[in-house]
Ligand binder design. Structure first.
Ligand SMILES: Cc1cc2nc3c(=O)[nH]c(=O)nc-3n(C[C@H](O)[C@H](O)[C@H](O)COP(=O)(O)O)c2cc1C
Length: 375
């Protein structure tokens, strides 16, 4: 039994708060993928198989959120989650001034030249806008998914109350104990403790992401000890061993990203999925070079060369607007040395190409370990 006593017995590992509240079979959440890597099919496949599928909607308009919720409902009658980013831009990142544009375009010039493309004109880029969280969350609440999960901050009390009234369960990302306590005090239903092993963006919101890097073995038990609500462990979990380790440290449930990202049903591009199964996936790095916010992905030439240039980057998401054409062209040329390949540190443990098989394997692995080592 974990020290916290929040999980009664590992033998009853599926009898958790998340499973009880949502009436799902397994305490396994498919992590949401923002910036286009989620799919309705992946979300529904995981929910149909007894886990909790999630859709990352941080880049979608309010109308698109309504549409995607309907699309998921066409594929499943089981609970699912939709995820948003509470803060949709960093200071100065919601628009781009000409000086910053010129600085970043100059920095990226060798790559544009290498790919034989032009920098996107300033006039095009300055029309772009960061998504409006208030509009997104209004559409999300109206769509009424079973779960509203979010990162990068705390929504207003009015939003959290509205979720409670409508029976939408809230799950909030924390990268430090301090963030977890703030979220607990705000009244969220579940905390997602995100270890720095995790793929994708660091969800930090109280201090800088660089000052909030804690591994899941250290973060999880501390969060469990400090908050009053159940904790979902995220980061570095890719098989049954990881699930049991997290439950032993006091997690109610787990959230798995990279292993689901690699599945055929995700919307990650084929190049990205292929590399997740190759030796390149053994080395991941945290970098701001793709979007302006710190995120973990497979180390490649662009991330390595940009490491010393961070002071010249634009803020999130403006930085990603200037990088976007580079990404598109590099992708069309199969240039994995230049694109973001989000992945967590456990990517080398990824084995499965089908999401339902992955979920079934995770469950089998947990059951096998319990039978062979704990009976
Ligand atoms: C490509 C990618 C995109 C992600 N986007 C989001 C997101 O928009 N919102 C979120 O809460 N978590 C996001 N995450 C984090 C995952 O949902 C999950 O918590 C994390 O991947 C778990 O760690 P793991 O990769 O070690 O399994 C993303 C992860 C990846 C790999």
């Amino acid at each position: 039994m974990p020290a916290s006593g929040k999980n009664n017995s590992l033998k009853n590992w599926t009898d958790t708060e998340l499973c009880r509240r949502l009436k799902i079979k397994f305490p396994i959440v498919q992590g949401p993928f923002g910036r286009g890597a989620s799919s309705a099919l992946l979300t529904a496949t995981v929910s149909n198989a007894g886990g909790l599928g999630s859709f990352g909607a941080n880049d979608l308009s309010a109308d698109a959120i309504t549409k995607v919720a309907a699309e998921i409902r066409n594929l499943t009658d089981k609970p699912f989650g939709i995820n948003l980013w509470v803060s949709t831009f960093d200071d100065g990142g919601d628009s781009l001034d000409e000086n910053t544009y010129r600085r970043v375009a100059e920095l990226l010039k060798p790559y544009y030249q290498e790919l034989d493309i032009q920098a996107p004109p300033f006039e095009t880029i300055r029309k772009q806008q960061a998504p409006n969280f208030e509009k997104q969350v209004t559409a999300l609440i109206e769509a009424q998914p079973a779960v509203f999960s979010f990162v990068f901050g705390i929504p207003s009390a009015a939003i959290l109350n509205e979720c409670k009234q409508r029976g939408i369960v809230t799950a909030a990302g924390a990268s430090t104990v301090e963030e977890a306590v703030a979220l607990d005090e705000a009244g969220v239903d579940f905390i997602v403790a995100s270890g720095f092993e995790a793929g994708g963006h660091r969800p930090s919101f109280l201090k800088s992401a660089e000052e909030s890097l804690v591994g899941i073995f250290s973060l999880l038990p501390q969060v469990v000890d400090q908050v009053s609500v159940p904790v979902i462990a995220a980061g570095g979990i890719a098989d049954g061993r990881g699930i049991l380790a997290a439950l032993t440290l006091g997690a109610d449930s787990v959230q798995i990203g990279t292993a689901f990202l690699a599945c055929d049903e995700s919307s990650a591009n084929d190049l990205h999925k292929r590399i997740l199964f190759q030796k390149e996936a053994q080395a991941t790095v945290l970098s701001r070079s793709f979007t302006g916010r710190l995120a973990r992905g497979i180390n490649n030439r662009y991330a390595a060369e940009m490491k010393s240039q961070e002071a010249r980057f634009a803020k999130y998401p403006a930085h990603s607007w200037i990088v976007a054409p580079l990404r598109e062209m590099a992708l069309s040329q199969g240039r994995f040395d230049l694109i973001a390949l989000w992945a967590g540190q456990s990517a080398p443990l990824v084995r499965h190409h089908k999401a339902d098989r992955l979920l079934a394997a995770l469950v089998d692995e947990v059951e096998n370990i319990l039978t062979t080592r704990f009976s």
